[in-house]
Write a protein of this length. Structure first.
Length: 422
């Protein structure tokens, strides 16, 4: 097993080496995790600055993607020039995914002679904004005038009991949150709105089908929570982003899970139901109130899909609770497999029934040899631990055909079916 993990790690590393944006030449966040982990463990404080071009003016839709790509390239060049003048040594600059116009900048006291504080970071952001506004962009003078730059930051520290990857991920989410929401509403207003949603239980459940792609039938459904329609809180990322910054996270997750369980009873018997849950909420599932809500004659059709984007403070206890769920005949799925949040050792240790293979590794797989070799390696690895891969993000027939050819049996994505209320 150790050899299998080492081989798959090498394949993952080879894939990540190709994850550079061709336009800006910036690396994706996944590539920089090892470097960032080292920085976080060496320093008392690390800052993550988030900066992006506002999308309200729909610049790409108006001027076309080619022009917009050129604007992004200029944006990154100015940003790099500014940072090289501001810092003693260059900070880490990355993007969340290829073709993104969101940028994360990580720096610590190693990059500057000053202590990392709110005052210092605000000075840095002020300098960046000045650089971006006061440039000679003759070629793009018309479009540049319409650009709004959004920026925010999060200062964070190393927590010995928490997984570093997740700590870094949370810092990026909080930095993005501070950039976006301060322009929309005050955090207090958002918090009050969320409390009202919880009070009214105004959460809906949408179900996206998971197909057996070789036999062309619906194997199960993933339950996806949504806020009130046509509201600021419709998307679950917004709900959980705000809740995770407060003591409402358990209330939100409890409401979403309860609604999902209740609504899943409308689905015909025999179909598997995938319920999203964070690691720290798992102990609550084992409480009598949730077991009574589940009240299923066949626990094996219930799959708890664990998303590891939140800090786990007690890894050993976490593993014990997963074992208890398995002993009750519930199945376990790990989400976002392949993107760095679930290590291979962790997967081998948990031995989940299902591995939800991340969409970023699936999109365009029919034309990408590296992605193809990577999923083949992961498929062999899954067989070793008796797990089943479910490919996410299927959006075209070519990718679907390739997955069938190599032996992937289960998949979900917009090509197969969009999330809908039942």
């Amino acid at each position: 097993m150790d050899k299998e993990i080492a081989r798959l790690k090498a394949d993952l590393l080879r894939f990540k080496s190709a994850l550079y944006d061709a336009n800006t030449l910036l690396p994706t966040l996944n590539i920089e995790f090892e470097k960032l982990k080292s920085i976080v463990t060496r320093n008392k404080k690390v800052c993550c600055v988030y900066i992006t071009i506002g999308r309200e003016n729909m610049l790409e839709q108006i001027y076309g993607w080619e022009t917009y790509d050129e604007v992004i390239k200029l944006f990154v060049k100015i940003l790099k020039d500014c940072l090289s003048k501001t810092f003693k040594t260059m900070p880490v600059i990355s993007i969340p995914s290829i073709k993104s116009d969101d940028i994360f900048i990580f720096f610590s006291e190693e990059n500057t002679n000053e202590e990392i504080s709110d005052d210092f970071v605000e000075k840095v952001i002020f300098e960046i904004n000045n650089c971006l506004k006061n440039i000679d962009a003759e070629k793009f003078s018309d479009i540049w005038k319409k650009i709004t730059f959004f920026s925010g930051y999060e200062i964070f520290t190393f927590e010995p009991m928490a997984r570093i990857e997740r700590t870094i991920y949370q810092a990026t989410e909080k930095a993005r949150f501070s950039a976006y929401f301060k322009e929309k509403k005050s955090e207090e207003e958002l918090l009050n709105s969320l409390k009202e949603i919880i009070k009214r239980k105004a959460i809906s459940t949408y179900f996206q089908p998971i197909y057996d792609i070789n036999n062309n039938y619906i194997f199960g459904f993933e339950a996806l929570s949504r806020g009130p329609k046509n509201s600021f809180f419709f998307e679950p990322d917004i709900i959980f982003s705000i809740a995770s910054r407060t003591d409402l996270i358990n209330d939100v997750e409890s409401l979403c899970l309860t609604k999902a369980i209740e609504n899943s009873k409308k689905i015909e018997k025999g179909k598997h139901i995938f319920l999203n849950v964070t690691p720290n909420f798992i102990p609550n599932i084992l409480k009598e109130e949730f077991l009574n809500i589940l009240n299923t004659e066949d626990n094996k059709r219930i799959v708890f899909e664990i998303t590891e984007k939140f800090v786990i403070y007690e890894n050993k206890v976490y593993g014990e609770f997963i074992d208890k769920l398995k002993n009750l005949n519930f199945n376990i799925a790990l989400d976002d497999v392949g993107t760095g949040y679930s290590t291979l050792e962790r997967i081998a240790e948990i031995k989940p029934k299902y591995l939800k293979y991340d969409r970023i590794l699936i999109r365009g797989i029919s034309k990408d040899l590296i992605r193809q070799e990577l999923i083949k390696s992961m498929l062999e690895f899954s067989k070793k631990i008796d797990s089943i891969i479910i490919a996410e993000g299927i959006e075209n027939e070519e990718d679907l055909s390739f997955l069938k050819e190599i032996g992937i049996n289960y998949a979900q994505g917009f090509l197969l079916g969009r999330p809908e209320e039942i």
